[in-house]
Design a protein around this ligand. Structure first.
Ligand code: NAD
Ligand SMILES: O=C(O)C(=O)C[C@@H](O)[C@H](O)[C@H](O)COP(=O)(O)O
Ligand code: ZN
Length: 373
C-alpha cells in the first residue's frame, strides 16, 4: 500500500485519540489488549474476515475475546439488542478494566459505542469501521446510541473511542449503493467546512463513487472528511454549539428514515435532507440559486438521491418527526443552514410556509433512489 493510502488523523480532544487508516490497521488492537483482559467484539453479519483478523490480534496479546454478532444495519440499534449485550457482559463478568470492540458499519459501531458507554457507566471502546460512512463519520467523535419507535438516535451518550482503526481495503467489498450512501456525509463536510472535497468529487465523480477505480482519491476524501470531524469534535464534543454543523441535512434526513421505517440508507436520506435545507435557506434569502443547485449537482453526480416524493399527508408525518430533532428547543425547530459555501449558521423557528414549500420542492425535482433494495 502506498503512502497515499496510509494516514493518521489525530482527534486532539479531549479525549485525544487517533483515526488510523492503512493496511493491517487492526494490528493496532494489540495496543489495547493485555493478558486476561476481556474483550466484547460486537460485529454484524458478513464482517467475518475483519472480525476474525481482529480476534486474532486480541487473542495473540492474551485477551479473552467474547464475540457477539448483532443484526445488520438499523435492526442492531434497538433496546432489545442492547439488552442482549448487557446480559452477555454480565454473564461473562466484564469489569471496568475490560474493553468493547465494534467491527462493522455505522449502525454496529453506534451500538457498540453505546453498550460501552452504559456498561458499569462506561468502559473503553475501540472501533473498526468497515463502511465508508462508518470511517468518515459514525466511528469518529463519540456519538453513540440506538433508535426508538419515536425516532432516530433518541437514546444515546457521548462516549469517544480510544482509537478508530480502518484498512481502506475493507471498503472494497461494499455494495456500490452503500458506498455512495457514505459519500453523502463526505459531501456534507464539503458544504459545511471543506469545499475542496466538492471540487475533488465534481472533477471525478465516477472515480469518487468507486474506491477500486481510484484508491488514492478514496483515501484523500476519507482523510479530509475525518479531519473536518476531528476539528469540530475537538472543539465541541457535546454539541453545545459548533458540533451542530455536522448535523447539516439531518433534521429532514432523520424524519425520512423514521417515516420510511429505516428502509432508506442513512446517507441517502442525508443527501435529500441537504437539498431540503438548501431549499429552505434559499427561500430565506441566505443562499443563491447557484449554491442551491450545486447541492443537486454534486449529489446527483455520484448517484445520490435529491428528492423524496410525497404529498401533503407525507408532510404531516415528516413535520412531526422533525419536531423531535435534538436541535429543537421547546417547540422551536432549529435548522443548520448555510449562508454561503462553508458558512454554516442556524435558522431558528423558520416559518411553516417556507418549510412546506421546501418540502414541495424536494417532492418534485430530482431523482429519488433512497430505498434499500
Ligand atoms: N455516531 C455518529 O456520529 C454517526 C454518524 C453518522 C452516521 N451514524 C449512524 O451510522 C449508521 C449508518 O452507517 P452505515 O451506512 O455504515 O451503516 P450500516 O452498519 O447499516 O452499514 C450499511 C450496510 O453496509 C454493510 N457493510 C458494512 N461494511 C461492509 C463491508 N466492508 N462490505 C460489505 N458490506 C458492508 C452493512 O452490512 C450494511 O448492510 C446510521 O445508523 C447512522 O445513524 C452515526
Ligand atoms: O457527529 C455529529 O455530531 C453528527 O451529527 C454526525 C451525523 O452525521 C450523524 O448522523 C449523527 O449520528 C447524528 O446525530 P444526532 O444527534 O442528530 O442523532
Ligand atoms: Zn449522519
Amino acid at each position: 500500500m502506498s503512502e497515499a493510502r496510509t494516514r493518521t488523523v489525530e482527534i486532539a480532544g479531549p479525549p485525544r485519540y487517533d483515526v488510523r487508516l492503512g493496511a493491517g490497521a487492526e494490528r493496532h488492537l494489540a495496543e489495547h489488549a493485555r493478558p486476561g483482559r476481556r474483550v466484547l467484539l460486537v460485529t454484524q453479519p458478513g464482517r467475518n474476515e475483519v472480525a476474525e483478523a481482529a480476534s486474532e490480534v486480541l487473542a495473540g496479546s492474551g485477551a479473552r475475546v467474547v464475540r457477539a454478532e448483532v443484526p445488520d444495519a438499523e435492526a442492531a440499534k434497538t433496546a432489545e439488542v442492547l439488552t442482549g449485550l448487557w446480559g452477555l457482559l454480565g454473564r461473562e463478568g466484564f469489569t471496568r478494566d475490560d474493553l468493547v470492540v465494534g467491527v462493522g458499519g455505522g449502525a454496529t459501531t453506534d451500538l457498540a459505542g453505546f453498550v460501552a458507554a452504559t456498561w458499569l457507566r462506561g468502559v473503553e471502546v475501540v472501533l473498526l469501521p468497515t463502511s465508508l460512512l462508518g470511517v468518515v463519520d459514525a466511528a469518529v467523535g463519540g456519538k453513540t446510541g440506538i433508535n426508538t419507535a419515536e425516532g432516530k438516535n433518541l437514546v444515546g451518550a457521548f462516549h469517544p473511542p480510544r482509537a478508530v482503526l480502518c484498512d481502506p481495503a475493507w471498503l472494497g467489498s461494499m455494495s456500490r449503493a452503500d458506498y455512495v450512501s457514505g459519500l453523502a456525509e463526505v459531501i456534507k463536510c464539503g458544504f459545511v467546512t471543506d469545499p475542496v472535497i466538492l471540487d475533488l468529487l465534481q472533477a471525478a465523480p465516477a472515480r469518487a463513487a468507486d474506491p477500486a477505480a481510484d484508491p488514492e482519491l478514496a483515501v484523500e476524501l476519507v482523510a479530509r472528511a475525518v479531519q473536518v470531524k476531528a476539528d469540530v469534535v475537538s472543539t465541541d464534543l457535546r454539541e453545545a454549539g459548533l458540533r451542530e454543523v455536522l448535523n447539516y441535512g439531518h433534521t429532514f434526513a432523520h424524519a425520512i428514515e423514521q417515516v420510511e421505517d429505516y428502509r432508506w440508507r442513512h446517507g441517502d436520506a442525508v443527501a435529500v435532507g441537504m437539498v431540503y435545507v438548501a431549499e429552505v435557506a434559499h427561500r430565506a434569502g441566505l443562499i443563491d440559486t447557484d449554491l442551491l443547485e450545486r447541492h443537486r449537482a454534486v449529489l446527483a453526480s455520484v448517484g445520490l438521491p435529491t428528492a423524496y416524493p410525497g404529498g401533503a399527508q407525507r408532510w404531516t408525518e415528516l413535520r412531526a418527526a422533525m419536531a423531535r430533532d435534538k436541535k429543537s428547543r421547546g417547540s422551536t425547530l432549529r435548522l443548520v443552514v448555510l449562508e454561503g459555501l462553508a458558512r454554516p449558521t442556524r435558522l431558528e423557528g423558520p416559518d411553516e410556509a417556507t418549510l412546506r414549500a421546501a418540502h414541495a420542492a424536494v417532492s418534485q425535482a430530482g431523482s429519488a433512489a433512497g430505498a434499500v433494495p
